[in-house]
Design a protein around this ligand. Structure first.
Ligand code: ZN
Length: 118
């Protein structure tokens, strides 16, 4: 199955279209972020990142392949394909992170120049 992923991606670029402007992706703008086989030979889950050449929006597609059936869910993202690689191996946000952000925003005066310097 793994060796078929490239073929699957090639094939998917024929059917995946930008949900924003309808432009058809080409292979250079389509990148496999993650893949998992769930059932040997027949099933797999793929996470694919695409950059639209025409409208410059990025979409992450979650694609589930189950035998002859293929399900895809697209989600508009502001992550670039470099970001997806960068964040792939970082730890997930915790409740402490959310609380810290909440505390920060509570007293934040809106001056990003000062905040980003710190
Ligand atoms: Zn587009």
């Amino acid at each position: 199955m793994k060796s078929d992923f490239k073929k699957i991606i090639e094939w998917l670029t024929y059917i995946l279209k930008c949900p924003i402007c309808g432009y058809r992706y080409n292979l250079e703008q389509t990148k496999l972020i993650d893949s998992r086989e769930n059932k040997p030979q027949v099933g797999a889950n793929l996470l694919v990142h695409t950059d639209c050449e025409r409208c410059k929006s990025s979409v992450v597609f979650s694609i589930a392949i189950d035998g002859p059936e293929i399900f895809s869910v697209g989600m508009v993202t502001d992550l670039t394909s470099i970001d997806t690689t960068r964040f792939k191996n970082t730890r997930a946000l915790s409740t402490d992170d959310v609380l810290a952000m909440h505390q920060f925003l509570k007293v934040f005066d809106g001056d990003f120049r000062v905040a980003l310097k710190a």
